[in-house]
Design a binder for this molecule. Structure first.
Ligand SMILES: Nc1nc2c(ncn2[C@@H]2O[C@H](COP(=O)(O)OP(=O)(O)OP(=O)(O)O)[C@@H](O)[C@H]2O)c(=O)[nH]1
Ligand SMILES: [Mg+2]
Ligand SMILES: [Zn+2]
Length: 294
């Protein structure tokens, strides 16, 4: 049997890329596959090349994971793209995405794109956020799809894995992917369409890239961690909190006695911006916040 990977799923159309041949085929799910399971982009499949155009899918390998939006299976890494200016940085949305992807067991890379458009204030703000996310424990890159700064570094992060690009609309996800892969994607147009439409486009395409695959996704405007997990779970997905041992193991890092996260916040080891987003995510308030932060 030949191994392939589903790179596209659009309605009835399935595209299978066969690495051995470096060629794409039209995927035809055989009876048992059709009944048992839906086929998703990212699925690793086994089957036979029937002719120069077609690949008969006989088996779908067990999935490592399956994302809903965009619908892609076996994702290894998420590139969380944002900008400081044009559009302005939305730290709550980015932190929510980072929490949710960590909860789903996905690696993340934080990318600040459009660094070519920053004015003096913007540059300062970029350095501020760069430090905050680096200190929190994330891999952070500064990039520009326009000048190609940072694109090589990003390339190294993506070889050999299935990755998707996520983040707000208009930050340059499609532009970065186009620069990386040389594939022409719809720039500044895709999500405007999907976000307005009642039936969000369910089409996804993975582009073969350096032994791995890259998927484009429509922009997000809102993500809430509590739609994915319990309030008590959120704290485990702030990597910087995990460095501290509070007196009580069920400490939510609010008003509890012996909270080491609060102490770290007071010492400036944990960023107030990140902590405030944590509170917002779990819909909590602490009376001492004003004293400690600003
Ligand atoms: N100056 C500058 N403009 C950029 C850069 N990257 C993207 N753009 C522009 O920003 C706009 C949005 O880019 P897209 O690549 O469509 O953004 P996106 O994140 O894919 O947006 P959605 O698909 O709506 O989620 C386009 O006009 C791009 O030309 C960059 O690094 N610098
Ligand atoms: Mg796009
Ligand atoms: Zn605590």
């Amino acid at each position: 049997m030949t191994k392939g990977i589903v790179t596209e799923r659009a309605g009835q159309k399935i595209t299978v890329f066969v690495p051995e041949e470096e060629k794409s085929y039209r995927g035809i799910p055989l009876g048992k596959v059709k009944k048992k399971d839906k086929v998703y982009a990212g699925d690793r499949v086994r089957g036979r090349i029937v002719d120069s155009e077609s690949f008969a899918i006989e088996e779908i390998e067990e999935r490592k994971n399956l994302l809903i939006r965009p619908p892609i299976a076996n994702v290894d890494k998420v590139v969380v793209v944002s900008t400081i200016q044009n559009p302005p940085f939305q730290s709550y949305l980015i932190d929510s995405l980072l929490v949710v992807y960590d909860y789903l067991g996905l690696d993340t890379v934080v990318v600040f794109n459009k660094i070519d458009v920053l004015d003096k204030e913007g540059k300062e703000e970029l350095e501020k956020w760069f430090k905050i996310y680096t200190a929190a424990g994330y891999k952070v890159l500064r990039a520009s799809a326009e000048t190609e700064e940072g694109v090589e570094e990003l390339k190294r992060e993506l070889s050999g894995v299935i990755s998707i690009f996520a983040g707000p609309s208009g930050v340059g996800k499609s532009s970065l992917i186009s620069k990386l892969t040389g594939e022409e994607l719809r720039i500044g147009e895709v999500s405007r369409k999907t976000e307005r439409g009642r039936h969000t486009t369910r089409e996804v395409r993975l582009i073969p890239f350096e032994g791995g695959f890259i998927g484009d996704a429509p922009g997000f405007s809102r993500v809430e961690a509590l739609n994915f997990m319990e309030k008590e779970e959120v704290r485990f997905h702030f990597p910087e909190f995990l460095r501290y041992q509070c007196k009580y193991s069920d400490c939510l890092h609010l008003n509890e006695e012996g909270c080491e996260v609060r102490e770290a916040l007071k010492r400036g080891e944990i960023s107030c911006e990140r902590y405030k987003n944590y509170l917002k995510m779990i819909r909590e308030f602490v009376p001492w916040l004003k004293e400690v932060c600003d």
